[in-house]
Design a protein. Structure first.
Length: 762
């Protein structure tokens, strides 16, 4: 029984491997249409695309493309499989064509299939009657690794069984999908293309020598003599691979042939990749569609399916797909390269209006089961059958073993630090001295040095504390505010730092006042903290949050400090009031946008609750962290709001440019939630958030670099930013130290020799 849209059928979460628009490739168009059709048959369904690119890339892909594979890079196929394994995808659909994957005959696809832990169905767009030994071996290996093989017609299923040895029980026949085009007034569509009142022939698709267009052009002199109003449209750009290798040689040869034969005025070349709406219109304007293809083994032709679905009469060579589709009078066939035979077939249709109408009607009715809604339902039903066969205990999104937690190392921090402070940015792993210094990074560095010293005291960590505190002291003005940036020549910029800069400085100074091993460091940090604190009530949410974190540490050292507890209460109340003003049942957040360092805000409220015991702070902390958790976790891995556009209420969140600082905020927030509540769920989430750095992320790519002990700067849309700046390595180290502090002692992935000072790290 075919389910209707919106019924109670199970939602599907699928991934599709193949090419994808804007790459100009028929497989890409099919992948897009199939993904949309399947999702449209199940409420709540979703999909992601793993797109293979070629030398013409990179492409500006839409958000649905979550992973981009370089066609010839085998490692990309392994990483793509890891990406899927670490996602909530339930089943993978592979679109197979020998030319779109790397390796011999596209053998790199086997690296993907071998690594994949999820059920997979492969659609074979080409089935060869006489495959090479390599091609036969590849297809059989795919069949062994897949839970189902789809071909698009019964003849292809016969060939797959007979020539490749694939069991018929593993083969599903689902036709190539086509748009569900209503038939309209043909003259209306002809008028759009300037051929009203004329007979129109058409061939469309990417142009390459195997299309046999020259056969059609050689048939035109006879046809034009009989039908002087005849015009032949050849619509489609030259295939990108052909264009790279031979330019427009084939198209130019066709134009010359038309000129030589005296039919140039009857041929229209549209050298462009037309959009689906225009293609639908040009098909409905067509009287006879021509497929003079030269490859007898072609098992699938999307253009043939589209043409018949639009109600065109077809005249074609007898390749595999055409033989099945044009049987029983649904079209006419002629021999390969036989221009006279083509001319006779076209002439028979154009000279008999009744026969032309009958053939068009037969083609249209034959293709009704092939419309995309029907095909989408067939693929959705196949996916459910595969999942039912594989269904047992709930599938694990991640492998059972955890990523090993590395030993803490300050090597890259030391590399980035000189006698002034820590340098902001790096070119790859080399400090970019020209970018200078900032209070933001030196504040983070001071916290890392303090916490590292508590983990394992050493002269190096003690020396680093002095450098970073000295930088903050030189950047603070007499009124307590900070100037954030300093050039490499030690010249401070004149303008004041942001509220966030001030809040991070207060956080670092509060921790220094509590944990610094030297009395002089503690006294200087206390004086600087007290000088800056009066500005805190004017800060935005993140500045207030980091100030609360600093106050939490400061109060632990100076519990009788006048006013410190009241400021925590005041800032906490402001955050709670912001939340109540902005939040609703779906949007449980403090602002209309979710931007950066987000999880530090609920973390601050967990800390504030421990100081003030205000129950509203705890409620808002849990609700807002739960909101971020729903927003940013997919299948057990952290998928951060991207820096390239953020996430505004009511819109789609940005994918590109996930930042280590945001992952660190999650690690610290879940640690704080665990410390405040004792709920082991938060400890698990803390660990999963940390593993974002180790490769459990959207690109399945580690950001931690064990060679340098540094951290890559970001996850872009399709690749990582390979620079290792200060913010990134410090975010990683803050996260690592938090994980080591409260990790499950039975966790075998935690370094056994770690030594932690008594008491938790604040």
């Amino acid at each position: 029984m075919v389910a209707a849209p919106g019924d109670s059928a199970t939602p599907l979460r699928l991934a599709y491997l193949g090419t994808y628009p804007p790459r100009r490739c028929g497989i890409g168009t099919f992948t897009r249409d199939l993904a949309e059709a399947v999702a449209g048959r199940r409420d709540g369904s979703s999909y992601q695309i793993l797109a293979t690119t070629d030398a013409a890339g990179p492409y500006e892909y839409p958000d649905a493309v979550r992973f981009q594979l370089r066609q010839g890079e085998k490692q990309d196929y392994i990483r793509a499989a890891d990406h899927v394994n670490f996602s909530d995808t339930r089943l993978v659909s592979v679109q197979h064509e020998f030319g779109i994957y790397g390796g011999d005959d596209g053998s790199h696809v086997l690296a993907f299939l071998s690594r994949l832990d999820k059920p997979v169905v492969a659609t074979l767009h080409t089935v060869l009657r006489e495959p090479s030994a390599s091609q036969r071996s590849l297809v059989r290996a795919m069949a062994e690794r897949c839970d189902g093989i789809v071909v698009m017609n019964a003849l292809a299923a016969d060939v797959l069984e007979e020539s490749h040895g694939v069991s018929r029980s593993a083969i599903e026949v689902i036709p190539h999908g086509i748009p569900d085009l209503p038939r309209g007034d043909q003259d209306h569509f002809k008028e759009r293309f300037g051929v009203r009142g004329r007979r129109m022939l058409l061939t469309f698709g990417l142009l390459s020598p195997n299309k046999g267009i020259e056969t059609a052009i050689r048939a035109l002199p006879r046809l034009v003599e009989r039908f002087p109003d005849l015009v032949y449209f050849v619509v489609g750009a030259t295939h990108p691979n052909v264009k790279r290798q031979r330019g427009e040689e084939y198209r130019i040869a066709l134009e010359r042939e038309a000129l030589t034969l005296g039919v140039a005025d009857h041929v229209v070349f549209r050298d462009e990749f037309v959009d689906p709406d225009e293609l639908a219109d040009v098909l409905r304007a067509t009287d006879v569609y021509l497929t003079p293809y030269l490859d007898a083994a072609q098992s699938t032709s999307g253009t043939l399916s589209y043409a018949m679905g639009a109600g065109s009469a077809v005249v074609s060579t007898p390749y595999l797909h055409a033989r099945e589709f044009l049987a029983d009078g649904r079209g006419r066939m002629f021999g390969f390269g036989d221009s006279e035979g083509m001319a006779m077939g076209v002439e028979a249709l154009l000279s008999d209006a009744g026969e032309l109408k009958r053939t068009r009607e037969a083609a249209w009715h034959f293709t009704r089961p092939m419309t995309w809604p029907r095909v989408g339902e067939a693929y959705a039903a196949l996916a459910e059958r595969v999942l039912d066969r594989r269904r047992g205990p709930a599938p694990q999104v991640f492998p059972r073993e955890r990523f090993p937690v590395p030993e803490p190392s300050l090597d890259h921090v030391v590399r980035m630090t000189d006698d002034t402070g820590i340098i902001q940015h790096a070119t790859y792993s080399v400090p970019a001295r020209g970018t200078g210094y900032c209070v933001d990074d030196n504040s983070r560095a001071l916290i890392v040095a303090l916490r590292s010293h508590r983990l394992s005291a050493s002269p190096r960590t003690a020396s680093l504390m002095v450098v970073y505190l000295s930088y903050l002291e030189s950047s603070q003005k007499s009124d307590g505010r900070f100037r954030n940036f300093m050039l490499y020549n030690r010249q401070l910029e004149s303008h004041d730092g942001s509220d966030d800069c001030m809040g991070r400085a207060l956080w670092a100074l509060g921790e220094c006042a509590r944990w610094a091993p030297e009395r002089g460091l503690r006294r200087l940090a206390t004086q600087m903290f007290e000088r800056a604190l009066p500005w805190a009530p004017r800060f935005g949410p993140r500045g207030m949050a980091t100030t609360i974190l600093g106050l939490d540490a400061f109060i632990a050292r100076s519990p009788d400090h006048e006013g410190a507890r009241s400021i925590v209460g005041h800032l906490s109340d402001q955050l709670v009031q912001r939340y109540r003003t902005e939040a609703d049942a779906m949007w449980r957040w403090f602002e209309p946008d979710v931007t950066y360092d987000n999880a530090l805000i609920p973390l601050a409220l967990f800390r504030a609750h421990e100081i003030t015991r205000d129950p509203s702070a705890l409620v808002v902390a849990r609700q807002s962290l739960s909101f971020l958790e729903r927003l940013c976790f997919e299948g057990g891995y952290l998928n951060l709001v991207g820096n390239e556009g953020w996430h505004r209420r009511g819109s789609h969140r940005a994918m590109a440019d996930e930042q280590p600082v945001d992952a660190a905020a999650f690690v610290l927030a879940f640690r704080g939630a665990y410390m405040a509540t004792g709920d082991p769920h938060y400890r698990r989430r803390m660990r999963e958030s940390f593993e974002w750095f180790l490769g459990r992320n959207r690109l399945a790519t580690p950001l931690y670099d064990p060679t340098t002990s540094g951290c890559l700067d970001a996850l872009g849309r399709h690749e990582v930013n390979e620079n290792q700046g200060a913010e990134s390595v410090l975010s990683f180290l803050l996260s690592l130290l938090a994980v080591l502090d409260v990790a499950d002692p039975a966790d075998p992935a935690i370094p056994a020799e770690r030594s932690v000072a008594s008491g938790p790290i604040a």
